[in-house]
Design a protein around this ligand. Structure first.
Ligand code: PLP
Length: 399
């Protein structure tokens, strides 16, 4: 059997690292998993029972590719409170933000088209983009977001169709794009006539400080497609996210969704709508924030106390991840496969799988939301110990 000629390299390497998250003998800092104890299990159970209690056959019927209107309405209201000019007409419900990435790529990218991604970026986005065979242009991420000088150089010399960015608590570095950079990015997109895909699943998960405006709200030319998700604030298994785009694009994206999966599950959309009607999502998010802040603080403090010289970790204001910076030339992927997983029973996501065609080896993504506090402490100490031993062997440094 001959498979289509596509490059699944990023997908397979990255997803393999994430699978370590489901091995119970390993303390996983690799998955992007929420804390299961925070899932509002009882409330979701009640909401789903309530929405289906009338045994209304309509809930089992095909409905619409755009998604259940009352739920789109509620999401539009939430986004309005967040400063975005959005109505339910601008929203398409998707199977997670992941489908929003795929649909956008499907609509905009022909084989070989220029696509800017942050380096490093979300490995699942690369898995989606790979199928459309774009020409990747990697722009480094700085402490205040994408390096816009590097971006401008790319835009001046290459033909680029789409910029993919995660401005809030970037996956994997946890960084937030500054307001100045948000405005400058929009100006560059206008100047070079490029679309932007703003991926925002962590936007509600700020633990300290105040949120900055979305790129979508700064856009005056309909260039930004915005993605949101219930995965990190309710539960990933709901597989429900949303996409906001200007009407013409939304029309095409909705048609494409129809071709992919007809529509999101009507039953699921009704259940989530009932949850939002009977519960205070913001109060739930406050609980999540308090728990994740404690976890993040423990991981940062433990690592900062025990990491060997030449290694450092940042302290983001929100999201799911810390970025571990390792000495120049250190191969984090080899370290994880040869030492960290087999000997210390700890996993992380090495930098190499998060940059297309990667030259980046000396970094790793650490998730602090999935593991328990005890696992964070034990795993962080084991990681520091393994790193200390590995760095005592100079052959670990390749360049
Ligand atoms: C940046 C980013 N985008 C999209 C997704 C996919 O989210 P969903 O579960 O909504 O498909 C994730 C999940 O980890 C993510 O980190």
């Amino acid at each position: 059997m001959e498979l289509a000629q596509r490059n699944y390299q990023n997908a397979s390497a990255g997803l393999e690292a994430l699978f370590a998250a489901s091995n119970p003998s390993v303390i996983s800092f690799s998955g992007g998993y929420p804390d299961r104890k925070l899932f509002p299990t009882r409330e979701l159970n009640q909401a789903f029972a309530h929405s289906f209690s009338g045994a209304d056959p309509e809930l089992l019927q095909y409905a619409s590719a755009s998604g259940f209107q009352p739920l789109r309405q509620k999401l539009a209201a939430r986004m309005q409170q967040d400063g975005m000019t959005v109505t339910d007409q601008d929203v398409l419900l998707t199977q997670g933000a992941q489908q929003g990435i795929d649909l956008t790529a499907r609509l905009l990218l022909n084989v070989g088209d220029g696509l800017v991604v942050e380096g490093p970026t979300y490995v699942g986005a690369l898995a989606a983009f790979d199928a459309y065979q774009p020409t990747y242009h990697v722009v480094p991420v700085e402490a205040d977001g994408m390096d816009l000088h590097a971006l401008q150089k790319v835009l001046m010399t290459q033909s680029v169709k789409l910029i993919y960015t995660i401005p809030d608590f970037q996956n994997p570095t946890g960084t937030v794009m500054s307001l100045a950079k948000r405005k400058a990015l929009i100006a560059l997109a206008n100047q070079y006539d490029v679309m932007i895909l703003e991926d925002g699943p962590y936007r509600d998960l700020r633990y300290t400080g105040a949120n900055l405006p979305t790129l979508q709200s700064l856009d005056t030319q309909g260039r930004v497609i915005f993605l949101g998700s219930f995965s990190k604030i309710l539960a990933p298994s709901l597989r429900l996210g949303w996409l906001v785009a200007q009407p013409d694009l939304l029309h095409h994206l909705t048609a494409l969704k129809g071709g992919v999966d007809v529509e999101s599950s009507n039953l699921m959309m009704h259940g989530i709508n009932a949850y939002l009607e009977h519960n205070d999502l913001n109060a739930h998010i406050q609980q999540i924030r308090a728990c994740y802040l404690e976890k993040k603080n423990l991981m940062v403090a433990t690592l900062r106390q025990h990491l060997p010289a030449g290694c450092s970790v940042n302290d983001p204001d929100g999201g799911f991840f810390l970025w571990l910076q390792l000495p120049k030339g250190f191969d984090a992927e080899a370290f994880m496969n040869d030492t960290l997983m087999p000997q210390a029973n700890v996993s992380f996501v090495p930098a190499s799988v998060m940059v297309p065609g990667s030259g980046m080896t000396n970094g790793a993504r650490l998730n602090f939301t999935g593991p328990t506090l005890a696992q964070i402490k034990t795993g962080a100490l084991a990681l520091c110990e393994a790193l200390t031993q590995a760095l005592a062997q100079p052959q670990r440094l390749r360049r």
